[in-house]
Design a binder for this molecule. Structure first.
Ligand code: GDP
Ligand code: IMO
Ligand code: MG
Length: 420
């Protein structure tokens, strides 16, 4: 099994790369996150944004598996299905859901909103899709799972969980979800029953034993990981490579290639530390050129220079074997670009990600010459090659994909990639 994941704060372009390389795999499997994700795919002049469904759906012949580590909102899931069906995708033929995936209830969303409002200025900037409360119920052993929808007592169990949530909401002086939202959820659950469900650990074991190639697709990014991200400004799941094992039920020794996706610069949406953030006209120019607005919430993304200590950290934590550098086109035409090579923390220079990134982390930059327009068909400009070589040298792994635009075709394979 190969793994593809975000090496920064999410929105690196994972969806695009999965779509590009999906024909090399028989199975694409999402291993964590939920509708907080927004993975954008663009081909033949059309843009598609996926939230819960893996990014292999547009490639005929691939199975798309929603793993046990994912949290599923039945209402959002069905909307996504309908949008795909309207686009002519035979989604039911290719989609499998793990029975162990947990369900997001309307009151999980209400709890998310109440918790964020309660935090005031310290809010995480959550997408408010109920992700945190759903994973809390999972680890708190209260959750409902996809497999439960086939049980006769599901309505009673959902009502009991809802009552529990309402008690918690009353502590925040908030009410529960509307009766309409509750009815819509029950209706969506009914419809969910018509999808194929599997025990994904057994399904993937058999697939791998029979020589099928599997790609695990991550959501969010390494710096949003619950353990190794910029806590508490993180999401509630394991976004790192280890999360692919727990989120799919696949043993670590079956993992082969691990591809880290990063942008030629950095972005972050929501609150939390961001050492190389550009709070100036350059940041604004990058946001404009890169259309840096959230795929799920439409919020403007914060922009800044590439952060090598953070990227090196992502390579280490995930065991990344190769990198894909996205959005090199966005920096086109700049006279010079900056790379953060080290941090100064309490007067000391370090290339490590410190425990506390919130205050006192000052980036140290190297300036490099910018590059002119590049095309996926021709040679990359020398200055862009130098930028790439500098990153490869600093992090110690090759950059095997360079993306020069949002479309499938705007992709350069620097080394031939074959699924192992
Ligand atoms: P994901 O969550 O990691 O899948 O990334 P998103 O889809 O949220 O955000 C990436 C955005 O950048 C999307 O709008 C993509 O269409 C776009 N994109 C991806 N690669 C490139 C690229 O190389 N150049 C440009 N200009 N846009 C890109
Ligand atoms: P993809 O898969 C970027 C951010 C939110 C917030 C924090 C917690 O498209 O890369 P949550 O909704 O999980 O409670 O939010 O994490 N966040 C993302 N940022 N890309 C994502 O997903 C994200 N999913 C969550 O903005 O700061
Ligand atoms: Mg996204």
């Amino acid at each position: 099994m190969d793994v593809l994941l975000g090496a920064q704060w999410g929105d690196e372009g994972k969806g695009k790369v999965v779509d590009v390389i999906a024909p090399r795999y028989e199975v694409i499997a999402r291993f964590q996150g939920g509708p907080n994700a927004g993975h954008t795919l663009i081909f033949e002049g059309t843009k598609h944004v996926l939230h819960t469904i893996p990014s292999g759906v547009f490639r005929e012949g691939t199975v798309n598996l929603v793993g046990n580590g994912v949290v599923v909102d039945p209402v959002i899931f069905l909307k996504e299905v309908r949008a795909l069906e309207a686009a002519g995708v035979d989604i039911r033929a290719s989609l499998l859901l793990s029975r162990r995936a947990h369900l997001i209830l309307p009151t999980h969303r209400a709890l998310d909103a109440a918790s964020e409002a309660d935090k005031g200025k310290l809010k995480i900037g959550s997408t408010l899709k109920g992700i945190g409360p759903t994973y809390m119920d999972k680890t708190g052993r209260n959750g409902l799972r996809v497999g439960d929808i086939f049980q006769a007592d599901l309505p009673d169990r959902a009502a009991a969980l809802r009552r529990k949530h309402e008690r918690l909401l009353s502590l925040y002086d908030q009410g529960g979800a509307s009766p309409e939202a509750e009815a819509e959820w029950m209706d969506a659950v009914e419809q969910l029953k018509s999808f194929r469900t599997v025990d994904c650990e057994h399904y993937l074991d058999e697939a791998l034993n029979s020589g099928k190639r599997v790609l695990a697709e991550g959501a969010q990014g390494t710096l949003l990981d619950i353990d190794f991200g910029t806590y508490p400004f993180v999401t509630s799941s394991s976004t790192i490579c280890a999360g692919a094992c727990t989120g799919l039920g696949v043993a670590p020794n079956r993992i082969e290639r691990i591809t880290g996706i990063f942008k030629a610069y950095c972005t972050r949406v929501g609150s939390g530390p961001f050492p190389t953030e550009l709070d100036d006209a350059t940041g604004e120019a990058i946001r404009k050129a890169g259309h840096e607005f959230g795929s799920t919430t439409g919020r403007p993304r914060r922009c800044g220079w590439l952060d090598l200590p953070a990227l090196r950290y992502a390579v280490m934590i995930n065991g990344i074997t190769e990198l894909a550098m996205m959005k090199a086109d966005v920096l086109t035409g700049m006279d010079s670009v900056r790379i953060c090579t080290h941090y100064r923390v309490k007067g000391e220079i370090t290339d490590r990600m410190p425990y506390d990134v919130t205050t006192g982390v000052e980036p140290i930059y190297t300036d490099m010459p910018g590059w002119g327009a590049a095309s996926a068909n021709g040679r990359l400009p020398d200055t862009l090659e130098r930028y790439i070589a500098t990153i490869e040298q600093a992090v110690g792994v090759p950059i095997s994909i360079v993306s020069l635009g949002p479309d499938r075709t705007e992709t350069v394979m620097r080394q031939p990639m074959t699924a192992a």
